[in-house]
Design a protein around this ligand. Structure first.
Ligand SMILES: Nc1nc(=O)c2c([nH]1)NC[C@@H]1CN(c3ccc(C(=O)N[C@@H](CCC(=O)O)C(=O)O)cc3)C=[N+]21
Length: 288
């Protein structure tokens, strides 16, 4: 087993971002700003938000944290978002998901200015990803790309894992991860299979893949039997069982296999936050 060290790759990228922020601040006298919004008091969300705020501070990005009570209406959340849209100090807005009432989450995201949508979840940015012809075009045009999927692509690139012409199976079709990641792999010229809960013969489908991405939400779901010799396994899962953190991949079962694999923790998670910093910088540059 070859471990893809997400923490190390992420730290290197954060150091590079910090340099760029410092250069911008010296040249323009301005500090890129990120607003985070937490609705309610979900303990996991509080932990993630705190990591994001800390990462911003370390990179020289100014963070503005806003909290709303758990019973906030859609209108109250959108009203706060509109204020942040109008605030020139704020380059990016992150609405932490899930909302206590997640039924209107997309309506709230739609209220975020597409120029400040550092999660890449606004239909405008999701649309730009869908319309892209290749990865380079997305980079050249500074398109705001959803953080977890773009973090996965960065891990693959940094690990020199070939994507073009390879078969990639993405398990999970969420708007936050599975769908955008499939489009990003396609933009990198992979042959992409989008698998989900209704997929038949999932084990066999995965067994043919060069790259398997698990974004399912079930601890240790993907075992050695899913993975062919020489394949790369990316674990997007974060499952808390009895206070312990597990991915969607049965990491131990792959110990003696000839595979590349991301651990949990220390794999995709840190990259998600790193890409949020990257997007805040992109948003700053796009808004200039
Ligand atoms: N609007 C929005 N954007 C998000 O990007 C978003 C979100 N909502 N809601 C929740 C998910 C989850 N997420 C993670 C961020 C960091 C780690 C992370 O740093 N994980 C560490 C471990 C942290 C721990 O111990 O819990 C690691 O894997 O090494 C994990 C997960 C961002 N999300």
């Amino acid at each position: 087993m070859n471990i893809i060290d997400g923490k190390k790759i992420s730290d290197a990228k954060r150091a590079e971002i910090k340099e760029r922020v410092s250069k911008i601040t010296k040249e323009t006298g301005k500090v890129p700003g990120l607003a985070t919004i937490l609705v309610g008091e979900n303990p996991a969300s509080q932990v993630y938000i705190n990591s994001k705020i800390k990462a911003c501070e370390n990179a020289g990005i100014k963070s503005f944290h806003r909290t709303l009570p758990a019973n906030s209406s859609k209108e109250e959340i959108i009203s706060l978002i509109k204020n942040l849209n109008a605030d020139s100090q704020i380059d990016g807005i992150l609405l932490q998901l899930p909302l206590p009432d997640n039924s209107f989450a997309q309506d709230c995201i739609n209220a975020i200015s597409p120029l400040k949508d550092v999660d890449g979840l606004h239909p405008f940015n999701a649309g730009l990803l869908n319309l892209s012809k290749n990865w380079q075009e997305l980079i050249d045009k500074n398109v705001l790309l959803s953080c977890t999927p773009s973090g996965v692509i960065h891990l693959l690139h940094a690990s020199k894992i070939e994507i073009a012409g390879k078969t990639a199976v993405v398990i999970g079709r969420s708007n936050l991860v599975g769908k955008p990641l499939s489009m990003m792999l396609l933009a990198n010229d992979a042959t992409v299979i989008m698998a989900h809960s209704k997929t038949k013969n999932l084990k066999e489908v995965c067994k043919n893949a060069d790259i398997v991405v698990a974004a399912i939400g079930k601890a240790k779901f993907v075992t050695k039997e899913f993975i062919k010799d020489g394949a790369t396994v990316i674990d997007v899962g974060i499952n808390r069982v009895d206070g312990k953190l597990y991915g969607d991949v049965d990491f131990e079962s792959l110990t003696n296999a000839n595979v590349f694999v991301t651990p949990v923790p220390g794999g995709v998670g840190p990259m998600t936050i790193t890409m949020l910093l990257e997007n805040t910088l992109k948003a700053f540059n796009n808004r200039k």
